[in-house]
Design a binder for this molecule. Structure first.
Ligand code: AMP
Length: 251
C-alpha cells in the first residue's frame, strides 16, 4: 500500500454495490489510505448481534439467512446507535421513533455538518433503499455516493472463494487476498469462516433484492448530485480510481 493521504474536508461516503462486489475490501483499503476515515458496516453490525445472540440479532438471523433485508426500523436503530457512539450525531437527531414517525423532512433536520476531516466516515451496506436513504438524509448529509459495478459472473466466482474473520469483519479471498496462514486471520490468528449467506442460492436472492432496491436508491442520490459510478472487474482495478476521486474531492 502506498503512502497515506490527508483529507482536508469531512467526507461522508456511502458505497453502493451488489453483494460480493467488494465493498468491504474497498472500505478496508480506504481506511488505510485515508486514516481520518472510520467505517460502519451494517452487515457487520448485524452479524455481530447475531453472533452475540442479542434480541435484535435473534430477530434478524432468519431474514439474513434468507437473503432478504431486515426491517428499516431495525437497521436504523443499529446505525443510529453506532453513529451516536462515535460522536457523529447530535442528541437531537437520534430519536429514532420520532424519525420513523415523521413524514416531513423539517421534523428531523440534520445539524450543520462538521467540516472537520476527523468527522469523516464511510457507510458500507446502508442505506439499501430509498426509505433508508431519506431517513439518513435527515440524520446526517452524505456528500459522496460511490456506485461500485462488477459483472455478476465475476462476483459469483469471488463469493465461492470468500472467507471472513467474524469478530472483526476482515475479509479474505483464496484467489487474490490470501491470508498469511491458510484459514487463519492475519491479525489474531483466529480461524476464518464462510459466511452463512455465501452460497449460490442465497447469492441469487440477494442479487435480486439488490437489483430491485438499488435503482431508485441511485436515482435518489443522482438527484442530490452526489453520485459517482466506478466500474472494474476486480478490487485492485477499482481501488486506484476510488483513491484518486476522493483526493480530488476531499484532499
Ligand atoms: P451485507 O454484509 O451488507 O451484505 O449484509 C448482510 C445481510 O444483512 C443482508 O443480506 C441483509 O439481510 C442484512 N442487512 C445489511 N444491511 C442492511 C440494510 N441496510 N437494510 C436491511 N438489511 C440489511
Amino acid at each position: 500500500m502506498s503512502a497515506t493521504k490527508q483529507l482536508r474536508k469531512a467526507a461522508r461516503i456511502i458505497l453502493v454495490g451488489a453483494p460480493g462486489v467488494g465493498k468491504g475490501t474497498q472500505t478496508e483499503r480506504l481506511i488505510k489510505k485515508f486514516p481520518q476515515l472510520s467505517a460502519v458496516s451494517s452487515g457487520d453490525l448485524l452479524r455481530e448481534n447475531v453472533r452475540r445472540g442479542t434480541p435484535l440479532g435473534l430477530k434478524a438471523e432468519a431474514t439474513m439467512k434468507a437473503g432478504s433485508l431486515v426491517p428499516d426500523a431495525m437497521i436504523l436503530q443499529l446505525i443510529v446507535s453506532e453513529l451516536s457512539s462515535q460522536g457523529w450525531l447530535s442528541p437531537s437527531t437520534t430519536n429514532v421513533d420520532a424519525l420513523l414517525a415523521s413524514t416531513f423532512s423539517f421534523v428531523n433536520k440534520p445539524t450543520a455538518p462538521s467540516d472537520d476531516p476527523l468527522s469523516s466516515f464511510i457507510l458500507d451496506g446502508f442505506p439499501r433503499n430509498v426509505n433508508q436513504a431519506s431517513l439518513l438524509d435527515r440524520l446526517v448529509p452524505i456528500n459522496c455516493v460511490v456506485n461500485l459495478v462488477t459483472p455478476p459472473s465475476i462476483i459469483l466466482h469471488r463469493i465461492a472463494n470468500r472467507w471472513i474473520h467474524a469478530p472483526s469483519g476482515r475479509v479474505y479471498n483464496s484467489d487474490f487476498n490470501v491470508p498469511r496462514v491458510p484459514g487463519k486471520d492475519d491479525i489474531t490468528g483466529e480461524p476464518l469462516i464462510k459466511r452463512d449467506d455465501d452460497n449460490v442460492e442465497t447469492f441469487k436472492a440477494r442479487l435480486k433484492t439488490f437489483d430491485e432496491t438499488s435503482r431508485p436508491l441511485l436515482e435518489h442520490y443522482e438527484k442530490m448530485g452526489v453520485l459517482w459510478k466506478i466500474e472494474g472487474n476486480s478490487s485492485d482495478e477499482i481501488s486506484p480510481k476510488l483513491f484518486q476521486e476522493l483526493e480530488k474531492r476531499f484532499g
